[in-house]
Design a protein around this ligand. Structure first.
Ligand SMILES: [Mn+2]
Length: 459
């Protein structure tokens, strides 16, 4: 027991606590300038000012005072004492010291007049406005009248959503992908520093239009029928085509980044872009699946309607001549084939080389970048990213998960390493928010992919 007392005393000595108690509290008020205490202002009122100070709150305080629940510090000053409970044990001096400190922290904010909206005027400010990708500007890209309006409605790069998921073979939900990707892009963007003056010597930033001459627009989603894939895919094709009809400041043909949607939607994007260029494009296809399946292998190919789906669209892109006959790439492949021999041969026929998911352990990120750049050179190329190229640990919110995929960092490093290629269009697909985590990590990954594609387009 004696030992314990000694320990306690030594602790008290260490912290400078004498037997008289908290002596430093007694002296402190004399060293401070005591600000005048506003009438009836509580600590919260003094911090938040007019936001919480109202006639009602004043009335409440007066009632508290009259009911004896709080006491005046002293009658002359007519201000409310912090001693709010009869069992309060701190001395008046201690309380006065605490109060003085609180008042020193008092906010100096001066609120604008009640009709002033100058600070909330920015329509697409980073903390407000309607939801677009990275707070980009929006207008109706499908209105024919605006297409011919070359001055006011230019498009160099467009973001567009394709809410379509009735081409899937497993889990649905990708129709909700576009809005989830946009939602995850709320922290991206520099909209609040927009100005019309081009800044010199700043690195190009897609979201700061003072650093480049591109007009980047979020066109919203194309309205797609959920009842018939033939109608929906045709609507998407016409939507992409309508965007391509706009004029750009830099790009003669606007570049489109499409937010899927299941992977079937890529076929319509490829159709429109290859038509605009008047020739097939190369494609770099990030995916765990080859997606060149012969419709007879995937589903039996009994009707045309069933034959076009998210696992056969590259078979059709090849057949229709939207993609180059050779020199295309799959990156991240690891899913099993349906027909071990036929699928591989048919994939070769469709003009694809394969960089498998496990190749990253052999040749690394830089090896993959080199392989792609050496083959693609400066030819027009389209990048399609199925988010299932990522490992399910990184992107669980997708239709058909396959274990052993890339990490988010590896995928972004590969994409960013492709700087210098002639990227004419791109997409990110198969984001299925119902299967995502509470933290929305899959749509966040997809958002970052879009960001990387944008940076490849703004040079
Ligand atoms: Mn796919």
């Amino acid at each position: 027991m004696i030992k314990m007392k000694l320990v306690l005393l030594s602790i008290a000595a260490t912290f400078g606590l004498g037997v008289q108690g908290l002596s430093w509290v007694e002296q402190a008020p004399q060293m401070l300038d005591t600000p005048s205490i506003p009438e009836y202002l509580s600590f919260m009122d003094s911090v938040y000012g007019e936001v919480v100070q109202s006639p009602q709150s004043e009335e409440h305080k007066r009632n508290m005072l009259e009911g004896g629940k709080v006491q005046l510090k002293n009658e002359e000053e007519d201000s409310i004492h912090l001693k709010s409970h009869p069992l309060q044990t701190l001395s008046d001096k201690q309380l006065n010291y605490a109060h003085t400190h609180y008042l020193k922290m008092q906010s100096k904010v001066k609120l604008p007049s009640n009709d002033d909206t100058s600070d909330i005027l920015m329509d697409q400010g980073i903390f407000g406005g309607i939801l677009t990708y990275a707070h980009l500007q929006h207008f109706n890209c499908f209105d024919p009248e605006l297409m011919d309006d070359a001055d006011e409605h230019k498009i160099d790069i467009a973001i567009v959503g394709a809410p379509f998921d009735t081409g899937v073979s497993f889990r649905p939900g990708a129709r909700f992908g576009p809005e989830a990707i946009r939602r995850s892009a709320r922290r991206i963007g520099d909209a609040h520093i927009r100005s019309t003056k081009k800044r010199k010597n700043y690195p190009v930033n897609p979201y700061d239009e003072t650093t480049h001459n591109y007009t980047i627009v979020d066109c919203g989603d194309v309205s797609l029928s959920p009842f018939d894939n033939r109608i929906a895919l045709n609507q998407l094709y016409r939507g992409e085509r309508a965007i391509h009809r706009h004029q750009g400041n830099v790009n003669k043909i606007p570049k489109i980044i499409t937010l899927g949607g299941d992977h079937t939607i890529t076929l319509m994007a490829l159709r429109s872009v290859s038509e605009q260029l008047g020739k097939p494009v190369h494609i770099i296809h990030f995916d765990s699946h080859i997606d060149t399946w012969d419709p007879k292998v995937l589903g039996g190919g009994i009707t045309n309607y069933m034959s076009l789906n998210h696992g056969t669209f590259l078979h059709y892109a090849h057949e229709q001549g939207y993609i180059h006959q050779g020199g295309n790439f799959h990156v991240g492949i690891r899913a099993p084939y349906i027909d071990e021999v036929y699928d591989g041969n048919h994939d070769l026929e469709c003009g694809f080389n394969i960089i498998s998911a496990k190749d990253i352990d052999k040749i690394g990120v830089s090896g993959i970048i080199r392989k792609l750049k050496d083959a693609i050179k400066t030819n027009p190329v389209y990048i399609s990213v199925d988010i299932d190229v990522l490992d399910p640990a990184t992107a669980p919110g997708t239709g058909t998960m396959e274990i052993g995929g890339f990490t988010g960092r590896e995928l972004l490093s590969i994409l960013d390493g492709l700087k210098g290629i002639e990227l004419v269009g791109g997409d990110v697909v198969e984001v299925s928010p119902p299967y995502d985590t509470n933290s929305e990590i899959t749509s966040l990954a997809a958002t970052s992919v879009v960001d990387s594609l944008l940076r490849l387009m703004v040079v």
